[in-house]
Design a protein around this ligand. Structure first.
Ligand SMILES: *[C@@H]1O[C@H](CO)[C@@H](O)[C@H](O)[C@H]1NC(C)=O
Ligand SMILES: *[C@@H]1O[C@H](CO)[C@@H](O)[C@H](O)[C@H]1NC(C)=O
Ligand SMILES: *[C@@H]1O[C@H](CO)[C@@H](O)[C@H](O)[C@H]1NC(C)=O
Length: 406
């Protein structure tokens, strides 16, 4: 009995022994061995070079999406930054490690340059980089390609709104190392690979500058990389919303002067134009950030038009009064000479011209005055004023169009 018991136990032990040798857990891989060897004695907080040696760092930026917050003056750039450098402590001979020539590992386990955005708009939050793995090559080259998320302050100039370009910049450099320790260089042409287009802004141009700054205190240079990004606003909607109404308002305010001088609808038409212009000014106040200086030209145009239409209303009142009241005196000699002279004939109000208000119109202004030469002359004076101001306004508008389109 006891014998069979022992046999069973022995068989069981040998069986489990067999199964254990079948599923033998893999011993250390080459990668583990290598990482243990490279990183067991490694301090990721200390630059892996002698203090007098320089670490060369190259940057290559790819822009994936840009945004501009016009109210807060914040420019956001999302992209991918490719950083590489050489770490003398992370070298090995691939032949000794099963021909392993690259390993990928947690970025926190190796030293990385402290690259920050100098013109950061997020205050003390300067964690711009995603925590993606680093690649370490056997010759000590380290490659780190984190997704980045930069937010910088950007000075806006809305003078040409909505046809404006804005130039924002990103200034990237080491926060603590000077140029003798970290030698930053950037590839000339950053890539632009817009995957999700912004429907208001597109990138027009990106330039790269490598600035070397010497401060008064010290002899060492400080190096930073500056990307200037020129953004262009997409204007098709704004064209429809802003530019066409501006033309219509211009034409309407000019057409007021072609109503007959005794016609009270002049005032009504002007009031309608003033209302439209006011609505536009309110729209601009809501669309545009409050600015000091650099008022957009289009806003200047609308507020100037408001003044012009107000003046035109006042002259309409004067013209109406001249045309409608009954006069007992003829216009003064100076006025009369203007009417019949050069000015009158250029503006089409000299006595011979056929463009004067018809008898029917005059009837409306006071039937009993038909044929009264005094009344007729006063009507001509009113028409003269209307046409004179029409010409002045036309010139103002043409000049402002030329000025705006330059
Ligand atoms: C570090 O600097 C010393 C002295 O300038 C130089 O001889 C040495 O080659 C440098 N080492 C590296 C890895 O560049
Ligand atoms: C910095 O890097 C650039 C380009 O790699 C090189 O031309 C320059 O000599 C380096 N400067 C120093 C101080 O190592
Ligand atoms: C980038 O912008 C800065 C001003 O912010 C200017 O001094 C510099 O010349 C610009 N660089 C290029 C290449 O246009």
């Amino acid at each position: 009995m006891a014998k069979t018991y022992w046999i069973v136990v022995l068989v069981l032990i040998s069986l489990t022994g067999f199964t254990r040798t079948d599923n033998v857990p893999i011993t250390e891989t080459w990668q583990e061995k290598l990482v243990k060897k490279l990183l067991s004695n490694y301090d990721p907080d200390v630059r892996p070079a002698e203090d007098y040696n320089v670490t060369n760092i190259t940057l290559k930026m790819t822009f994936v999406r840009v945004e501009l917050d016009e109210d807060k003056y914040v420019f956001s750039a999302y992209g991918i930054l490719q950083v590489d450098w050489t770490d003398d402590k992370l070298k090995w001979n691939p032949a000794q490690y099963g021909n392993l020539d690259v390993i990928r590992t947690n970025p926190d386990s190796v030293w990385r340059p402290d690259l920050v955005l100098y013109n950061n708009a997020r205050g003390s939050d300067n964690l711009h980089y995603g925590k993606t793995n680093v690649l370490i090559y056997h010759n000590g080259k380290v490659l780190w390609v984190p997704p980045t998320d930069y937010h910088s302050f950007c000075e806006l100039n809305l003078r040409l709104w909505p046809f404006d370009y804005q130039t924002c910049f990103l200034k990237i450099g080491s926060w603590t190392y000077d140029g003798f320790k970290l030698n930053l260089t950037a590839s000339e042409n950053p890539e632009i690979d817009i995957s999700v287009p912004n429907n208001e802004w597109s990138i027009r141009k990106v330039t790269t500058d490598r600035n070397i700054v010497y401060y008064k205190c010290c002899t060492e240079p400080y190096i930073d990389i500056q990307y200037n990004i020129t953004l262009q606003r997409h204007t098709s909607t704004h064209k429809a919303i802003v530019i066409s109404p501006a033309f219509v308002i211009m034409l309407l305010s000019l057409s007021v002067f072609w109503l007959p001088p005794h016609c009270g609808e002049k005032i009504v038409l002007n009031a309608v134009i003033i209302l439209i212009v006011t609505i536009f000014l309110i729209y601009f106040a809501q669309q545009l950030p409050a600015m000091s200086g650099n008022t957009p030209l289009i806003v200047n145009f609308f507020s100037t038009t408001l003044y012009l239409v107000a003046i035109s209303t006042i002259t309409s009142v004067i013209v109406l009064r001249l045309a409608r009241t009954r006069h007992f005196q003829p216009p003064s000699r100076v006025l009369k000479s203007q009417l019949d002279g050069c000015l009158g004939s250029v503006l089409g109000v000299s006595s011979g011209s056929g463009t004067l208000p018809s008898d029917e119109d005059k009837e409306a202004s006071g039937g009993e005055n038909i044929g009264d030469p005094k009344q007729r002359d006063w009507l001509r004076v009113a028409t003269l004023i209307d046409r004179l101001i029409f010409v002045i306004y036309l010139i103002i508008y043409i000049i402002s169009i030329i000025y705006y389109s330059l």
